[in-house]
Write a protein that binds this ligand. Structure first.
Ligand SMILES: Cc1cc2nc3c(=O)[nH]c(=O)nc-3n(C[C@H](O)[C@H](O)[C@H](O)COP(=O)(O)OP(=O)(O)OC[C@H]3O[C@@H](n4cnc5c(N)ncnc54)[C@H](O)[C@@H]3O)c2cc1C
Length: 318
């Protein structure tokens, strides 16, 4: 069966959810093999998890290069494995780093690259990837016609499904090419305790309607009651009410959660570009004519300062 290499994202010794989604999708197009790089002592438990989610083989490579340098060591490892194993496709999570790794691997392999896929299926001429383009106005299906397809997949594109496989660990020695940018210092981001915006299954976002930085407290309370990440429109970010790292949209982050709640957001095309592929969309806006209501599954016409606390209380009560 066609071997599909899946780069397994991990943090703090644990597999990140988008990697489990990739392993689930990889099973639709072939037999997944997980690639675990620079995990140190956690490699064994990460490999076991990959096996639970369908990885027949888990290639493990370690070395200070993976932590001391930016993307190049990962590119070295993936390119080497893709060639040695005759892989039928390489799958990587659509994060900033993931897309850079994927682009460089595709270049080295002389292959076509598809980014930000939201669906994968088997086709006659290799994997068929679906992308949602032009602010999610169109769905495009593509296949790579040259080389080993390298595909990045957006987080939350599939629900992770366990499917036990051998998960046989194979240690790999990577021939590093060098020439990588070196990490000279690290400053950990202060944790909010909330999930990562692009990976969270639920996102609650606030816009100009929130009125002030302090107004985001009602958005955060609702988010916390749902275990959600907090997003913001550009208007709210430009006003200095919320950090740019939380901006959703064309010039912010692209999210595709199971549930997206937009509070006090009008629904400008540039905002929609970052959230329109969300599975269920709920908006709270006091203007019944707000364009956001054109794309919602559920809309509440009302003042967010009245609606959100009631919703938070109700969720707490349940
Ligand atoms: C090149 C470019 C890139 C851009 N990139 C992005 C991007 O990445 N992300 C992004 O978001 N925008 C982006 N924008 C900006 C975008 O065009 C809009 O200006 C922005 O999204 C508007 O933000 P908003 O919906 O919060 O504000 P507004 O459009 O001002 O809407 C505020 C809404 O809140 C409602 N409201 C007010 N008070 C309340 C209340 N108490 N309760 C309930 N509802 C209330 C109002 O009815 C209104 O609908 C970009 C623009 C350009 C030109």
């Amino acid at each position: 069966m066609a071997e599909i290499l899946v780069l397994v994202d991990h943090a703090d010794g644990a597999v990140r959810k988008p990697a489990l989604e990739l392993l689930t999708l990889a099973r639709r197009i072939g037999e997944p093999s997980a690639v675990v790089l620079g995990a140190g002592e956690a490699a064994a438990s990460i490999a076991a998890t990959a096996g639970e989610y369908g990885a027949a083989t888990v290639y493990v490579a370690d070395g200070a290069e993976f932590t001391d340098q930016l993307v190049v060591p990962k590119v070295d490892a993936l390119t080497q494995l893709a060639k040695e194993k005759g892989a039928a496709a390489v799958l990587v999570t659509s994060s900033g780093e993931g897309k850079e790794v994927a682009a460089r691997v595709a270049l080295r392999l002389g292959s076509g690259l598809i980014t930000d896929a939201v669906e994968l299926e088997a086709g006659e001429n290799g994997p068929v990837a679906t992308q949602s383009v032009f602010a999610a106005s169109y769905q495009v299906k593509s296949t790579v016609t040259r080389g080993v397809p390298v595909i990045t997949v957006k987080p939350n594109s599939a629900a992770p499904e366990a499917s036990s496989a051998a998960g046989t660990v194979e240690n790999v020695t990577v021939a590093f090419t060098g020439n990588a940018a070196k990490v000279v210092a690290r400053t950990p981001r202060v944790s909010t305790g909330r999930p990562e915006l692009t990976e969270s299954a639920i996102v609650v976002s606030g816009g100009r309607g929130v009125g002030a930085a302090e107004g985001f407290a009602v958005v955060e309370k609702l988010a916390d009651s749902l275990g959600a990440a907090v997003g913001a429109s550009r208007a709210a970010v430009d006003a200095g009410w919320y950090p740019h790292s939380n901006q959703v949209g064309q010039t912010g982050k692209q999210v595709s959660p199971q549930l997206y709640v937009a509070a006090g957001i009008s629904g400008a095309i540039q905002h929609r570009a970052g959230m329109q592929t969300s599975k269920t969309i709920v908006a709270v806006n006091k203007d019944p004519e707000a364009p956001i209501f054109d794309l919602v599954d559920y809309g509440v016409v009302g003042d967010l300062f009245e609606v959100l606390p009631q919703l938070t209380d109700e969720i707490g009560a349940r």
